[in-house]
Design a binder for this molecule. Structure first.
Ligand SMILES: Cc1cc2nc3c(=O)[nH]c(=O)nc-3n(C[C@H](O)[C@H](O)[C@H](O)COP(=O)(O)OP(=O)(O)OC[C@H]3O[C@@H](n4cnc5c(N)ncnc54)[C@H](O)[C@@H]3O)c2cc1C
Length: 301
């Protein structure tokens, strides 16, 4: 049986992704939105500077945005994407945290920016000396070593599974899991040593990580600490596709005025394209990206 090909898949359901979904769906493209509204930067914000609405609660804006997108015809899957890749014929394949595969003609990257640090002493000093924020980049350096992953969301759990392929022992420290049941049970039945309900209290080691102390006094000997708080990193997912970053900062996705990235079929919108980090910019860019991606994808049907 032929696999369904979606016109436009949007990674992220913050204001950029929701606005892109509204415009793409109203342009009669088949649209799927991935991600979690409650993980949007807007979820905890009170906004006073967004035109025409007065003071608004971010959560309310997000709920209304999703309602509008659904009413326009967009579908939602409340899961994080953990893998992206190019397929022959200009298509893109994504894998979500529960293992669902999605095939699409176009992609809009609207995953916002990660603001997540663990916030423990020496985290910054030991960066690159045992502390890492990127399993995909650094897993290979820890072949045969003991490692710890800190985090309870998709990046941490999928990262811990990846590290099992390299490290001799993988520990996962999470105050709670915030992932699908499928991913949680996959990790529970894997060889990952779980420390649920715990937090990292201290990183041990003078010039190099040698271990960790948890908040209940447990000591774990380890050569590496992977801090993977939040969803799978936006830039990691984008760089696998070959999307160019802004050459000045190398932190944001570079786009042209139509929100197109360096990879045909891939657009980007919102915080992920750089400052100012504002709802007004996110929805403006989302609108343009949604219209462009819809028009591109419909021509490929
Ligand atoms: C405390 C605070 C107060 C703020 N106050 C204001 C204000 O007053 N006015 C203003 O204009 N702006 C304000 N902002 C900024 C504003 O919230 C952001 O600019 C805006 O939310 C950016 O939208 P976005 O859609 O680009 O990203 P976000 O809203 O951050 O949404 C990102 C989305 O991507 C999803 N995602 C991430 N990774 C993945 C993945 N691997 N797979 C699938 N989905 C993924 C997340 O689940 C989320 O749905 C504030 C921000 C904060 C933190």
């Amino acid at each position: 049986m032929n696999e369904t090909i979606i016109d436009v898949v949007i990674l992220g359901s913050g204001p950029a992704g929701l606005q892109a979904a509204i415009h793409a769906a109203r342009a009669k493209a088949d649209v799927l939105v991935l991600g979690r509204e409650q993980k949007s930067s807007l979820a905890k914000a009170h906004v006073e500077n967004y035109c025409c609405l007065g003071r608004m609660d971010g959560e309310v804006l997000l709920q209304e945005g999703r309602r509008q997108a659904e009413a326009s015809g967009a579908r939602f899957l409340t899961e994080d994407v953990v893998e992206t890749r190019k397929e022959p014929g200009g298509l893109f394949r994504l894998k979500t945290e529960s293992g669902t595969h999605v095939l699409t003609r176009s992609l809009i990257l609207a995953m916002g920016i990660a603001r997540n640090k663990l916030g423990v002493a020496r985290e910054k000093e030991l960066l690159g000396r045992g502390v890492s924020y990127c399993v995909d980049c650094d897993a290979g350096f820890y072949r045969g070593e003991k490692v710890v992953v800190a985090g309870g969301e998709s990046a941490a759990l999928s990262g811990a599974l990846t590290l099992l392929l390299y490290a001799s022992e993988v520990h996962l420290v999470a105050d709670r899991f915030q992932v699908t049941d499928t991913l949680a049970s996959q990790v529970r039945s894997s060889g990952v040593v779980l420390h649920e309900g715990r937090k990292v209290k201290e990183i041990l080691g003078a010039d190099q990580v040698t271990g960790l102390m948890l908040d209940d006094g447990t000591k774990i000997d380890a050569a590496g600490l992977f801090i993977e708080l939040g969803a799978k990193g936006a830039l990691e997912l984008a760089s696998v596709l070959g999307v160019a970053l802004d050459p000045e900062t190398m932190k944001f996705i570079q786009t042209d005025k139509k929100q197109a990235t360096s990879v045909p079929g891939v657009w980007a919108a919102g915080d992920i394209t750089g400052p100012p980090w504002q709802v007004a910019k996110a929805v403006g860019e989302g609108c343009v990206a949604g219209l462009e991606a819809a028009s591109f994808a419909k021509k490929l049907r």
